[in-house]
Every structure is written in C-alpha cells, then in structure tokens.
Write a protein that binds this ligand. Sequence first.
Ligand SMILES: Cc1ncc(COP(=O)(O)O)c(C=O)c1O
Length: 393
Amino acid sequence: MKGNSQNPAPVYMDHAATTPLAPAVLEAMLPYFGASFGNASSVHHLGRVARGAIENSREKIAAHLHAKPEEIVFTSGATEANNLAFNFLSAGEHLATSSIEHKAVLEPIKTLESSGVQVTRLAPNPETGVLSTDDIAKSLGSSTRLVSVMYVNNETGAVTPLKEISALRDKHDFFLHTDAAQAAAWFPIDVNRLGVDMMSLSAHKMYGPKGIGILYVRDRVQLMPQIFGGSQERGRRGGTENVAAVIGMTAAMDLIANDRDAHASRVTKLRQELQTQLTAAVGDQLVVNTPANAAPHILNVAFKPIDGKPLDGEMLLLNMDLEGVYASAGSACTSGAITPSHVLLGLGVPASTARASLRLSLGRLTGEEDIKATVTCIHKVVKRMQAQRQYEG
Ligand SMILES: Cc1ncc(COP(=O)(O)O)c(C=O)c1O
C-alpha cells in the first residue's frame, strides 16, 4: 500500500479475511446501482436487461470453472453455499469431513449431526498440515453420501489433494464438496479435473464485493432449497437476485483469470521472503505453521512461550494495529475470541503457542516494502512485549 514519508500507509496483511474491491469491478457494478436497476423477474425492458446480465454472468462464471451455466447457484457468499451443499443429507447417512474446516462448514455439520447424520472428522497429518487421502479412504462406508473437504485452509494455506480424494470414487460412490473460498484467486479451477460435485466460492476473497458467492452443483446432485420463496436460481434459492453483486463477482473472476499465474508466483516469492526475514528477525521463538507447498498468500506463524509464559496473541495484534500493520489471529471470523484456533490445535500446536499465532496474508496490495515493514513491526512489538513482560496469565 502506498503512503508518504510523513504518513506511512498502513500495511494490509489480511487478504485471507477480505480483499479490496478492484476498481474495474466497481466500475462494472455501477450501472446496476443506477439506470439498470430492474428486477430480473420483470418482463419489461429493464427486467430483461437485469435477467440478461445475470445469465451472461452465469455463463462466464461457468466457463471459468469448466462447468455448465445451470450448475451455478448464486448465493450470499461461501457460508450460504456451504450450508446449501449439505441440504440433501438424511439421518443415518454418513459424511466425512476434516477437523480443520472453516466454521461455515463445521457449524452446519454439527446441526446435521444432531439430526442423525453420521459424521467422521479427520485430522490432518501434523507433519504436513494436509489431510491424508488414506485416512479419508478408511472412513468411507456403504452409507457415505458426502465428503466435504476445503481446498485451501484459511488459517495455514494448506492445500487438500482433491484430485486424489475424488479418485476414491473408483471404489465408493459419494459426492465430493469443497469449500474453495481461499483457492479461487490462486489456482485455475476445473471442476471436472478436480472431480468435485459441489464447490463454494466467495467474491470478496478475490477482489469482488462482499455478500455474493456461488455454489457449483453438478447436475447429478439433487439439493433441497434452504431459502424458500420465489423460483429464482431454478427453485434452489428464492429471493430477488442481487444483480450488481453478480456482475461484480463475474468481473472479479475475469480479472483474476487475466494474470493468475504471474500474480501467484509473485506472491509466493513475497511470502517466502517474509518467512525468511521473520525467521531471521525472531529466531528460535518462531514456529511456522504453514506448509512449504501451501497456497501463495498465507503465512501462519506462532511464538513459543518464554520461561513457560505464553505471549499474549491479542495484545500482539493490537500492538501491530497501532503500528499500522493489519493482520489476523487464526481466522478473522473467530478473532476476538481468546480460545486458540481449532486448526492449529488440530495440527498438534500446543495451546499456549497457538494462542500467540498470527495469520499474515498477502495479495495484490502487497509489495516488497510491506514485507520489510511487517517484519520490522513484528520484531519491534515482540521485543517490546518481552521487555514489558506482556504475557498471558
Ligand atoms: C474457507 C472459507 N470458507 C468460508 C468463508 C466464509 O465466506 P463468506 O464470507 O463469503 O460467507 C471464508 C471466509 O472467511 C473462508 O475463508
């Protein structure tokens, strides 16, 4: 981010929480807040303009994913898409998932479990941070209907081997759902190559607006709607469509498709540089929770206790905020809660270290100078906290 010598700009290291709206995306959306305000269900000209914009967007998004337009359901984001993806399971059926999913998967699954769906939650390999395909294979049985595993973990950046998991269907037939909210900005997505039946995406993780996402649903999956009302989205989601947001999501996907690989390799290098510089600055106290082959944008680190006393993670974030460096502890949706991240605990990180964790996430706003400023800030704040003995307890 750009500033000047008097007023250094804040350093935004929280792209996994959300990304800024790209100017081209805003521009594409504006007409739908103005003259093209029609309801896509109206039969007159303005309605037809809105309908045309939505269906054109559906086609473009489907093409990005190598899917069919009728397999795209617009939702309010990845949370709603995840909830919808589970809306076909009945009591007695089995679902396998991981213990490191986002709450937008963990919570609806808890509800299903209380209504009688059998759930297996698999922990990742603590060495690699990645879910083992063999463990999933062992969990499958004749009643397994669904495997739901995230593509990229939002806290560590670990990448799930979806293709390998989908190949397990040689022996067992099940539907495969993935929450790909953290993946789409970084990896080209071909639903057929990955072998997924359902995929949740969110526009605000890829320079689009908040409050819009999609669920890709392969036509062999028969979902129940979870929002009843009008017949929008082929009866799968009632409610007047948010035309501007749909246009924004499409523009965002077009934009990232333009230079995805070049952007991913630039950010991967910056992330590696961040890890190297941080390790040099902090030394043995630093624990790196992000696997080497993670998605480009996430570096999760934690600080070991000193003399048995853990560093106060909330205080660390607040101090960084005062210095103008914005990051997250664990996932953004749970920060503020003092409980250590379920993902880090699932990786076997001790609770005292997990509580002092930072998720630094990079993106289009990140340059070399942001890496330097982040390392300088963390080094300074941690030293100061050590000197002031700002530990928990
Ligand atoms: C992996 C993952 N899934 C789901 C979500 C929720 O997405 P949305 O904000 O679009 O509901 C997030 C955002 O934090 C995420 O990182």
